[in-house]
Design a protein around this ligand. Structure first.
Ligand SMILES: C[S@@+](CC[C@H](N)C(=O)[O-])C[C@H]1O[C@@H](n2cnc3c(N)ncnc32)[C@H](O)[C@@H]1O
Length: 266
């Protein structure tokens, strides 16, 4: 993050970054992308995970993009080490928090205007749901002050991490959610980059596979074919949600030559 001043990173954390002395990232052009602030439990629901599964991940987890999520802060209590990355982190923390508050306001308006897009019981009442975003935003703001080394300013399709750094990589509400920013070639480049920074025996989970209007990506098969040509195996997994009986479609990516890790979804 741009502020506050970062204390020296512990050796284990600084080893995650590819460059010892990175140049200050340029001011991001977020092009109207919402900086959302979801809590850990919502992440679990989105990606077919559980708290127990996160606690059992055998290495660091990447959240890209993280926005103003509470994941890194909340996962620490589980013994799970999360690196959050987002181009917004080139901005001062109060500016990121202000954008997250604006995203919350935009989300409240969108939920009221288009209730058919937000029909799930856990969304209702909307205000209670969005209060979970408020808690996550406050956690994020406090955590960036105490653990700034876990918040890395970067933008897809180029991340400042060495090959195979993370045991699990999560990517929510970007690559397919904003097709106006990610055309098919850029989607493939971004997904391949997420796989590059993930261990060969790890996996990348991407959700949603639809845009902001709920329209499924029409060229997903082509994207998966292009990934296959890069020796990246892909599956669309459908994770049932115990709390409402609904399901989530998640794109799971792995290095093609590696077998699936046992007990992946927890
Ligand atoms: C809708 S939020 C999603 C955050 C979080 N994954 C979630 O599900 O709440 C989208 C985020 O993508 C970030 N973003 C915009 N362009 C990006 C890029 N090229 N690479 C990575 N993140 C980007 C924005 O700053 C914003 O925080």
């Amino acid at each position: 993050m741009a502020a506050p001043a970062a204390p020296p990173a512990p050796a284990a954390l600084s080893a995650l970054a590819e460059s010892a002395a990175p140049a200050a990232p340029p001011a991001p052009d977020l092009a109207g992308v919402l900086v959302t602030s979801r809590p850990l439990d919502e992440y679990c629901g989105l990606f077919g995970l559980s708290r127990a599964a996160l606690a059992a991940v055998p290495g660091p987890v990447l959240d890209c993009p993280a926005g103003a999520a509470g994941l890194a802060a909340e996962a620490r209590a589980l013994g799970c080490h999360v690196i959050a990355t987002d181009p917004a982190y080139a901005l001062p923390v109060p500016e990121v928090a202000a954008r997250a508050l604006a995203a919350r306001t935009a989300m409240a308006a969108a939920m009221a205007a288009r209730p058919a897009l937000y029909p799930l019981p856990q969304h209702r009442p909307y205000d209670r749901y969005l209060r979970s975003w408020d808690r996550a935003r406050r956690l994020f703001t406090a955590d960036t002050e105490h653990h700034p080394e876990q918040y890395v300013a970067a933008a897809l399709p180029r991340l400042p991490f060495a090959d195979g750094t993370f045991a699990l990589t999560l990517s929510g509400y970007l690559v397919f959610a904003y097709p106006e920013l990610f055309d098919p070639d850029r989607q493939v480049a971004a997904l391949a980059e997420l796989v590059r920074v993930t261990r060969p025996d790890g996996e990348v989970r991407v959700h949603p596979l639809h845009d902001a209007s709920g329209r499924r990506c029409p060229h997903l098969a082509g994207v998966r074919h292009a990934l296959g040509e890069r020796r990246i195996a892909s599956e669309v997994e459908v994770f049932a949600r115990a709390e409402d009986g609904r399901s989530r479609r998640v794109l799971v990516l792995r290095a093609a030559d590696h077998r699936r890790r046992a007990g992946g979804s927890g």
